[in-house]
Write a protein of this length. Structure first.
Length: 289
């Protein structure tokens, strides 16, 4: 039984204790580090922030009541801070982001009038890529264009692309740099390269993806802020679907796993009376089980 299944089983036993007498049906969702459910169109979605009141907990999970018949479960191990029973909170689970730091579901091309009103904005349904901020039309070297395309599309894990792994490691905080190569230059001596600034608890420096024309493969090199090499992996070979080990190599160097943590903002602290009543209710449910 995985964590989501455990949480679903627990929610079924406690949610009904927090329903009004006239409510017969209820729904719930939850965040336990997994990807969100697919949309009706079959595309991958992301969790959006939820606002609710904490009504129940056990050793592993806490349950928010979002509306009279809607709940949201959370893994305690994935919260930026504990949630007290009775407190009203906004929780922002992990969502894939773009290189501007905004989640993929956020609108683009937002135009705001002089008085602050939003005039226009665009949404891309089912967007899954985080595009590296570069004008590809200005790049001369086709191998560099192909490498950027691989970084954008290649899946690093069940949820994220290589680009999104880099973003979660801080690459969105600074503009990536590129080494383009003209037809007159030595592509082996001066290889196409894209470099990202990364800042995580695992790595603080610059990580470069380099095309090795002689081996027809990629190299990944991590250096610290002083330029001292910290890690290197070579000969990551290109497959028909891109270099399948590229994401694994980058994750091993920069991914600290903290991107999974859901941000908790306390909107209203629990009163002592509510907190005591909530604890008593949980105890009663456990005793009756």
């Amino acid at each position: 039984m995985n964590m989501k299944q455990q949480a679903d089983e627990w929610i079924r036993t406690v949610a009904r204790q927090h329903l009004g007498s006239n409510i017969r049906r209820y729904t719930w969702n939850g965040y336990y580090g997994q990807k969100a459910n697919a949309t009706l169109l079959g595309t991958q979605s992301d969790f959006k922030p939820v606002t609710g009141t904490a009504v129940s907990e056990n050793d592993d999970f806490v349950l928010l009541k979002l509306s009279p018949n809607n709940f949201f479960g959370l893994s305690k191990g994935l919260l930026s801070e504990p949630i007290a029973i009775g407190s009203k909170v906004q929780v922002t689970p992990y969502a894939r982001r773009r290189f501007d730091g905004q989640p993929l579901y956020a609108p683009t091309n937002v135009e705001v009038s002089d008085d602050g009103n939003i005039m226009t904005r665009s949404f891309t349904i089912g967007e899954s890529k985080s595009y590296v901020p570069v004008d590809k039309a200005s790049i001369v070297c086709q191998e560099l264009k192909d490498m950027i395309d691989v970084i954008e599309r290649e899946r690093a894990d069940e949820l994220r692309t290589v680009a999104q792994v880099l973003i979660d490691a801080g690459a969105w905080l600074a503009q990536p740099t590129f080494q383009d190569v003209t037809d007159e230059e030595d592509i082996i001596g001066r290889p196409p390269t894209v470099t990202f600034r990364v800042s995580s608890t695992k790595a603080n420096g610059h990580i470069s993806v380099i095309y090795d024309r002689a081996m027809d493969s990629f190299d990944v090199v991590l250096v610290d802020l002083e330029g001292k090499e910290f890690a290197r992996q070579e000969n990551i070979y290109i497959t028909p679907n891109g270099p399948s080990e590229l994401g694994a190599a980058i994750m091993s160097m920069v991914d600290d796993g903290l991107w999974r943590i859901a941000k908790v903002d306390v909107l209203k602290k629990a009163t002592k009376v509510k907190a005591v009543k909530a604890v008593e209710a949980v105890k009663a449910v456990k005793e009756s089980a």
